[in-house]
Design a binder for this molecule. Sequence first.
Ligand SMILES: [Zn+2]
Length: 96
Amino acid sequence: MRTDTAGPQFDPARFVHTPFGWYALTREPSDLGPFPTKSQASNALVDHIRLHKGLNRRNPEDRYSGFTVHDPENCAKNNCGRCAEALAFAGFQAIA
Ligand SMILES: [Zn+2]
């Protein structure tokens, strides 16, 4: 029994936790975040989906499929959770 949130159940792959906070990944040019908590990211995603519902016609196959290799150098997004994750990972490697 889950007790942490009462919101809808999103694919866990849609949330990225970075040292900057939580991001919710979207199909739009800008991801949501960072937020201090995952539930805030989840709430933002609820609002985001509500806002974009019906605006985008997408192929049902066009879905996030877990881990993808991400290249911040060539990323077209202007606020990207995967870039934040990649940059943080690179930073940790530099320290180590
Ligand atoms: Zn990116």
